[in-house]
Design a protein around this ligand. Structure first.
Ligand code: AMP
Ligand code: MG
Length: 403
């Protein structure tokens, strides 16, 4: 059986980024940048005021106060009517360009007006309340590199730099297929012996979270020809992800159906719990994953294997989730030889992060995922005592109360 690392390496060795496309700026949110962004602009383009107040020359101010003659006014969106000379000040507003000769701004709440003069009560340091030219971006700066994931801040910065459209990696289309005679579709009441189809929805949601575009192939019954037909129907998808039917039972037909549809299977069975029977192969230019059927197993194997593949297809250079060291708040046992990916909640305490199992760790207990802050990675045949160290893969932002 392969280790998780061996399996991931084998998978990623077969993943090449898809092409790129240019999209409107807002549509680039959550996508991966596919071009270097070298600024042709200087931001800010001129020194400007960070306060409403008076622009002045710092050398004209004195510890025991000074009166300066107000010689004009400059608002955001206008230009200073003239330069400042010795003993002069100019009314200025936040974001307005500093007049030539000025090198500081004093906020309006710190001064008093006396006729045509403004009284500055003490010394003002050079540069006070001034945003220098280029403090954010200088011309020629490499601002963002290809492979960078685009969030709201990046979208704002690209707007600042004048990008109405931007090149991003193509979004992988990921076809999701559930298999099993017992599955009732959403909107139908499960009949006798049936259960609701969970995996299609959890997996499509994971596809979205990873930056892919899910395509719902629905449910195939446990019949070879039926599964094979659905696999062939995946059509234009870049990735096919099935769940269930990949174990060793006589109704576990997915691997054979994949092969019949023309797939080459590269690996099967990884030493992990949950999720051992995971399968990976290629079909035409497509990647195919056969994930196990239990909802937690499907989600955890997606997280460890499919998510990185989708992100690399989309052009991401890195896709590692953050990990934290934590200590067990109660003993955690992982019997059996396979490495455990146990669902834990995290709790800040004097020693850093305490980790506690979310409750029952059965691979059909989906609420163990709902509650989880992360997956504790526990070697096989291990009993971590209370206080023992754990490595935790973070699945969501850390809970509040951090150090
Ligand atoms: P299998 O690998 O087909 O033996 O499935 C393992 C377990 O996962 C069984 O209990 C199935 O009923 C369950 N299962 C399979 N597919 C789904 C699904 N799409 N939604 C919820 N449970 C599933
Ligand atoms: Mg089944």
């Amino acid at each position: 059986m392969l280790t998780v690392e061996e399996a991931l390496t084998a998978i990623l060795s077969r993943v090449r980024p898809l092409g790129t496309e240019r999209v409107e700026l807002l549509a680039a949110l959550g996508r991966v940048l596919a071009e270097p962004i070298v600024s042709r602009r200087v931001i800010p383009p001129w020194p400007n005021s960070s306060m409403d107040g008076y622009a002045l020359r710092a050398e004209d101010t004195r510890a025991d106060g000074a009166g300066l003659r107000v010689v004009g006014r400059v608002t955001a969106g206008s230009l200073p009517p003239r330069a400042l000379g010795a003993g002069e000040a100019m009314r200025i507003f936040t974001g307005a360009p500093l007049p030539d000769g000025a090198d500081a701004v004093v906020p309006q709440e710190d001064v008093t007006l006396e006729g045509e003069c403004v009284r500055i009560p003490g010394r003002v340091a050079r540069g006070a309340c001034v945003r220098p030219i280029g403090e954010d971006v200088r011309a020629g700066d490499l601002v963002l590199e290809p492979g960078h994931g685009l969030g709201a801040a990046e979208i704002g910065l690209l707007g600042t730099l004048g990008y109405a459209r931007v090149a991003v990696g193509r979004r992988p289309r990921v076809a999701i297929l559930s298999t099993g005679d017992e599955l009732a579709e959403l909107g139908t009441e499960p009949g006798p012996g049936q259960i609701p189809n969970t995996n299609s929805y959890a997996l499509m949601a994971q596809v979205l979270e990873a930056g892919g575009e899910p395509v719902n192939l629905g449910v195939a019954p446990d019949r070879l020809e039926a599964i094979e037909a659905r696999v062939r129907a995946a059509g234009a998808a870049d990735v096919l992800v099935s769940s269930a039917g990949v174990s060793v039972g006589e109704l576990d037909l997915v691997r054979e159906a994949l092969t019949r549809a023309g797939a080459t299977l590269h690996l099967w069975q990884v030493s992990m719990r949950p999720g051992k029977p995971v399968t990976f192969g290629s079909l035409g230019g497509r990647l195919v994953f056969g994930l196990p059927g239990n909802p937690v197993s499907a989600m955890v194997t997606f997280e460890l294997f499919v998510r990185p593949a989708i992100m690399r297809l989309a052009g991401a250079r890195s896709f590692e989730r953050p990990r934290v060291r934590a200590h067990a708040l109660a003993p955690i046992a992982n019997p059996g030889t396979r490495r455990g990916y146990l669902r834990v909640t995290l709790h800040p305490d004097a020693g850093g992060w305490g980790a506690r199992l979310t409750g029952g760790q059965g691979s059909a207990i989906l609420r163990s995922m709902v509650a989880a802050d992360g997956l504790a990675v526990v070697p096989g045949d291990t009993r971590v005592p209370a206080g023992g160290e754990l490595e935790v893969i973070l699945l969501r932002p850390l809970p509040p109360g951090a150090r």
